[in-house]
Design a protein around this ligand. Structure first.
Ligand code: HEM
Ligand code: MTE
Length: 427
């Protein structure tokens, strides 16, 4: 067999444009597909979305590629092998707290590098019901902590229960594994569009600060009951979560949810250690994260180190002084965070993933596609689409899972075929 040169993922990542040659990886092999880009049956634009990185998450979206002739075709373009992963640089030595962050797929649309915040390309978002892990949106406030799974312990404590310190094997073996398909959405999803109406402070998310996965883990309820906490408690109680990521002053990322949601069997709150059948990726909370279905993503604390039952909400900055809603007459200089409750359930949402704004579409049959989701487990019953600015409407076809009543935690994908006249402006 021929010997191929070895390349690091970083070197592959520099080949994203035809003028730099277009490289992709599959398994541990490296391919230069520059000459195939224009020949691709799925279009040059699609293949370029994977440029510089792995093909697998994109091929997971389009099953046409799982045929032997596709791999045979790819083989002709092989130019190298991936070198065994380099050890992550020591964060302290580099003097950069983000130096230990994990590698990411270069196809993600990055809104901020440090901390890392990125979303999948809008046009791919609703191509498949479950978002591949490598393309799932990432919302980090701080550097990604490096966690040794062997010494990891999850602390559970608070008045009314006995304190627990759970290792990963204990969390996996003592509690039944429960699986939930849930969409996570950040409160800032579509902020770029909001800013077109009036400038808004924060990351300029397009429509991709939302993704869906099948999560597996222990129910928070089972862990709390195991620690002796009661199903019903008198008065106001909250369950507070702390992450292993901390700011320069040592304050961890934190958030809380009401006690009732935490213990409710119908709320499906998880201490998740699996995402789409794989171990949680580092960016999404390895080794354990909270998943609070139907609730703003900010409460689904990643890299979970502590669960505390408390008479007060989490004292964290992100519970107290962020992720709240105000009147349009309030701005950053006049806001008093104490006057509004922390956001929990989110309202209904629907976005068009195809065609993109400003796109030219050929006359004839047009396919309009998107996602729709509601917080609180409320099902999306219908998606209405107008192509003429709201004058006339058509009903889209929905696809997704059929959830139990009140537990519609995942988005639905929707699609509509409609005739388009030549030269028409669509809104
Ligand atoms: C179709 C190869 C990357 C999206 C195809 C087909 C081949 C192919 C051979 C036709 C399959 C058939 O009908 O039997 C490749 C190779 C790639 C690549 C070699 C990488 C080097 C991608 C990426 C995307 C993509 C990254 C999406 C982001 C599609 C789509 C079709 C398609 C949507 C279906 C087109 C249609 O049937 O209308 N690809 N592909 N491909 N590919 Fe790819
Ligand atoms: N948990 C910790 N420990 N640190 C964080 O920065 N970000 C929160 C939440 N949990 C965050 C966290 C926010 S605002 C969101 S929207 C979700 O994680 C995003 O989860 P994801 O990155 O897996 O998509």
């Amino acid at each position: 067999a021929p010997r191929y040169p070895r390349y690091t993922r970083e070197e592959v990542g520099r080949h994203r444009l035809p003028q730099d040659r277009v490289w992709v990886t599959h398994g541990t092999e490296v391919f230069d597909v520059t000459d195939f880009v224009e020949l691709h049956p799925g279009g040059a634009d699609k293949i370029l979305l994977a440029a510089g990185g792995a093909l697998e998450p994109f091929w997971a979206l389009y099953a046409v590629h799982s045929q032997p002739h596709v791999l045979e075709l790819l083989r002709e373009y092989k130019v190298g092998e991936l070198s065994p992963e380099e050890a992550p640089p020591a964060a302290a030595a580099a003097g950069d707290p983000f130096a230990g962050d994990p590698p990411r797929h270069p196809g993600l649309r990055v809104n901020s590098q440090k901390p890392f915040n990125a979303e999948p390309p809008a046009e791919l978002l609703a191509e498949r019901f479950l978002t591949p892990n490598e393309l799932f949106f990432t919302r980090n406030h701080l550097p990604v902590p490096a966690v040794d799974p062997g010494s990891y312990r999850l602390r559970v404590e608070g008045p009314g229960g006995r304190a627990l310190s759970l290792s990963l094997p204990e969390l996996r073996s003592r509690f039944p594994k429960h699986e939930v398909t849930a969409t996570l959405q950040c409160a800032g999803n579509r902020r770029a569009e909001m800013s077109q109406v009036r400038p808004v402070k924060g990351l300029p998310w397009d429509i991709g600060a939302i993704s869906t996965a099948r999560w597996g883990g222990a129910r928070l309820r089972d862990v709390l009951l195991h620690a002796g906490f009661e199903e019903e408690r008198e008065g106001e109680w909250h369950v507070c979560f702390e992450g292993l990521d901390a700011d320069a002053g040592g304050a961890p990322y934190g958030a809380s949810i009401p006690y009732g949601r935490a213990v409710s069997p119908a709320a499906d709150v998880l201490l998740a250690y699996e995402m789409n059948g794989e171990e949680l990726p580092r960016d999404h909370g390895f080794p354990v994260r909270v998943v609070v279905p139907g609730v703003v993503g900010a409460r689904s604390v990643k890299w979970l180190r502590r669960v505390a039952v408390s008479p007060a909400e989490s004292p964290s900055h992100w519970q107290q002084n962020d992720y709240k809603g105000f009147s349009p007459c309030v701005d950053w200089d006049t806001v008093d965070y104490k006057t509004a409750p922390a956001i929990q359930e989110l309202p209904v949402q629907s976005a068009i993933t195809h065609p993109r704004p400003g796109a030219a579409v050929p006359a004839g049959e047009l396919t309009v596609k998107g996602y729709a989701w509601s917080g609180g487990g409320r099902p999306v019953v219908r998606v209405d689409v107008s192509l003429d600015g709201g004058r006339t409407w058509r009903v889209a076809r929905l696809s997704g899972e059929r959830p139990p009543p009140g537990r519609a935690w995942a988005w639905v994908l929707w699609e509509l075929q409609a005739p388009v006249a030549a030269g028409a402006e669509l809104e």
